[in-house]
Design a protein around this ligand. Structure first.
Ligand code: ADP
Ligand code: MG
Length: 691
């Protein structure tokens, strides 16, 4: 026992052995450290123990402790039961468990037992019926005078909470020897945090609620600080190469704005100001630009690109799909018509000769702005002087594509755009190495979008409503999730709906179909025909989520809306209300599951993307929110991204200060932190492991 270390296999803890070790391993507990960090899920409050002679016959919750004097099992009769008598020296009480056969091998005479529950009187005898019971660990040593918090551990397969509690109790005294301190007293005092070893002990055996809260706060802080140290290191690396400073003079600003047929909104102005300040520095910009679909991010991104051009440098704009790249490109061409800015589009599906020509011009500096897909990241793409890159992530948010532009020498300034509103807490985590600009205002002249939630049984009314809108000359989207209700059909839900709707409900109109399995060219042509007004109803899978901009389409029906994430529905909804007309979004719930419909109600209540994103995060948790675990940050077991937001900010501030003062975390006072960083991230943060 004396030789236990943190990395000792749990099997060598007294009371474990090979088979329990295997069961523990299934819950991720392999070492002594894992076991000590396996925390209770909650605590039961054991009421202060009273002596049996003070019990009255009508107590709703009493606790007594004593020696088991006698046990009795009655397996027959209408209600079989097990009972025992408990003696604490002051008196006697009976504890009775109906259907308690399972207890006859567990509760034996001469055991020390504490029981709590409701007291009643039966045939003039005091008794507890079905009380909670616990073998007292050490009757002599247990302080039965005070209320006690009994830890309840998540069970490990067949291992009950009580057994886990005893294992931990045995090794807990070692915690202060085993766990290193991460910070000195002064550091902790200023943040009102207890030392880590004490916090770990208090997580298992807190004095009281307040002590537990404090301990939890400390461990949450530790998770946050590791995460933020990783982010701070990443940030340091990304700005370690110099960038071309691109100052924005009044003249440059005026010339760029003159390109746009409208004045910028206040929110766009703010974003442009923040970007201009970044670009003026000799360090690369790393900025995230977020704003709802249609809020005017493209214009802001183009502004940044044009600043590069004004300095006779190049800019690249990268979109997640070919369709979006083409759309960005046509916007760029439109704004830059009659200017001398040389533009090009680079996508995967181009002819070899055309492509070779573009590559040559990019390398020679004869193209100023290139718009494209990830084809832009190919080895073959060389720039003469790339100074600004824009990465439009749209819905691909979360799957970070580290901008891998091949730029020699100076690093380009980088702007990442996303239409997914990111809860502020995630902005500090997943996008924590970026500065953030937010466009929280729509360009003027937009209609309002009203959202309604209805049940599927009312679909005929919906169809009638849409027919009315079509008769007024408007266009409509019908959006379907990927799978069909039947689930066994070869067709996607959108395909089978298309066949029905085009025949019956909208027989007299041209109905179009678009889904992800169609070739890009067909998708493109379906979109073009819808945009031209030739197709009046577009039946779609979620591909319309990105890209489409059709101001005349102001009705959207989302079928089986409960199968979509809130953030995704919000993005879908952003496809309508792009013109001056008021728009209507109808969310058709396919299931009567109240939680599913409750979720949809959030959308009917607010158009604020950030509120929706936060609700989504609460409902689904961060892993689901991203739909991926690829964000590469250590998992949070204790900290809660939403509840602990203030603590996250403190940890972030501290982490950035540490990295500023000690860029490779190698100072003697940071040795423990360094080791913990290596454990959490391995080589991913570029710390040299030897150390
Ligand atoms: P996002 O990229 O954020 O989805 P876009 O940049 O594509 O949004 O802009 C959406 C629409 O709004 C475009 O048609 C654009 O021309 C228009 N727009 C952008 N900014 C303004 C503005 N300040 N005033 C008026 N219209 C604007
Ligand atoms: Mg856009």
């Amino acid at each position: 026992m004396a030789s236990l270390e943190l990395d000792t296999p749990v099997q060598y803890v007294k009371g474990v052995g090979p088979s329990r070790a295997e069961q523990l391993a299934r819950s991720g507990v392999r070492t002594v450290e894992d076991l000590l960090l396996y925390f209770p899920r909650r605590f039961n409050l054991r009421r202060q123990v009273q002596s049996i002679k003070t019990l009255r016959g009508d107590e709703p919750a009493a606790t007594v402790a004593g020696v088991v004097r006698e046990t009795n099992y009655k397996p027959f009769g209408r209600k079989p039961y097990f009972e025992c008598g408990l003696d604490d020296g002051s008196g006697w009480v009976v504890a009775k468990w109906f259907h308690g056969g399972y207890l006859k091998d567990r509760i034996k005479s001469d055991m020390h037992l504490a029981i709590s529950g409701k007291v009643s009187v039966y045939r003039e005898t005091l008794q507890f019926i079905n009380p909670r019971w616990e073998v007292i660990w050490d009757p002599a040593g247990t302080n039965l005078d005070a209320d006690e918090l009994l830890p309840v551990y998540p069970t490990c397969g067949p291992l009950p909470s009580g057994l886990i509690a005893n294992l931990i109790k045995r090794i807990l005294p070692e915690a202060s020897r085993l766990f290193a301190r991460w910070f000195d007293d002064e550091y902790l005092r200023r943040r009102d945090l207890p030392p880590r070893p004490a916090a770990i002990a208090a997580m298992h055996q807190p004095e009281d609620n307040a002590a537990w809260t404090l301990a939890r706060r400390r461990l949450a802080y530790d998770e946050f600080i590791l995460m933020q140290l990783g982010i701070a290191l990443q940030r340091m690396r990304s700005v370690s190469r110099p960038a071309h400073p691109l100052a924005v003079s009044d003249e440059i600003d005026r010339r760029i704005r003159a390109r746009f047929p409208f004045g910028l909104t206040a929110a766009q102005d703010r974003a442009v100001g923040e970007i201009a300040a970044d670009l003026a520095r000799p360090r690369p910009m790393n900025r995230l630009l977020q704003g709802d679909v249609g809020s005017g991010k493209t214009v802001v991104a183009l502004y940044a690109a044009l600043v590069a051009i004004a300095h006779r440098k190049q800019a690249a704009i990268m979109a997640p799909t070919e369709i979006l790249a083409r759309q960005h490109y046509s916007k760029v061409e439109q704004y830059l018509a009659k200017s001398r800015v040389r533009t090009a589009l680079l996508v995967g599906a181009q002819r070899a000769a055309e492509r070779a020509d573009i590559l040559e011009k990019l390398a020679a500096g004869r193209i100023d702005i290139v718009v494209g897909t990830h084809a832009l990241l190919s080895e073959k793409v060389r720039f003469r002087s790339l100074a600004v890159t824009v990465v439009d992530e749209q819905h691909k948010f979360g799957v970070r594509q580290r901008s891998g532009f091949k730029a020699k020498g100076y690093a380009p300034h980088c702007l990442v755009m996303t239409a997914t509103p990111i809860p502020r807490t995630l902005a500090l985590t997943v996008f924590g190495d970026l500065d953030v600009s937010v466009i929280d205002e729509m360009p003027p002249g937009r209609g309002r979008t009203e959202t309604r939630c209805i049940e599927k049984s009312r679909m005929p009314e919906v169809i009638e409503f849409v027919r009315g809108r079509l008769a007024d000359g408007q266009q409509a989207y019908f959006v379907y999730p990927l799978v069909t209700d039947a689930g066994n059909s070869q067709l996607t839900a959108a395909q089978s709906a298309y066949e029905e709707l085009s025949k019956d409900a909208f027989g007299e109109y041209t109905v179009g179909l678009i889904h992800g399995q169609m070739p890009t060219a067909e998708q493109q042509s379906a979109m073009n025909r819808f945009a031209a007004g030739e197709v009046r109803v577009l039946v779609a899978s979620t591909v319309v989520e990105v890209g489409l901009d059709v101001p005349n389409a102001n009705v959207m029906v989302v079928v089986n809306a409960e199968r979509f994430g809130l953030a995704q529905l919000h993005q879908l909804r952003g496809r309508i209300g792009r013109g001056a007309e008021n728009a209507v979004c109808i969310l058709v719930a396919g299931s009567k599951n109240p939680i599913a419909t409750e979720r949809l109600r959030v959308l009917a209540e607010t158009n604020d993307g950030f509120k929706i994103a936060e609700a989504d995060l609460r409902l689904r948790g961060p892993g689901e929110f991203f739909g991926t675990r690829q964000h590469g940050l250590p998992e949070l077991k204790i900290a809660d991204l939403i509840e602990d937001y203030e603590l996250l900010r403190i940890a972030r501030r501290d982490a950035f200060a540490i990295v500023r003062a000690d860029p490779d975390i190698s100072a003697p006072e940071h040795l423990t932190l360094r080791a913990e960083m290596l454990k959490a991230y391995g080589g991913r943060v570029g710390l040299i492991a030897e150390g």
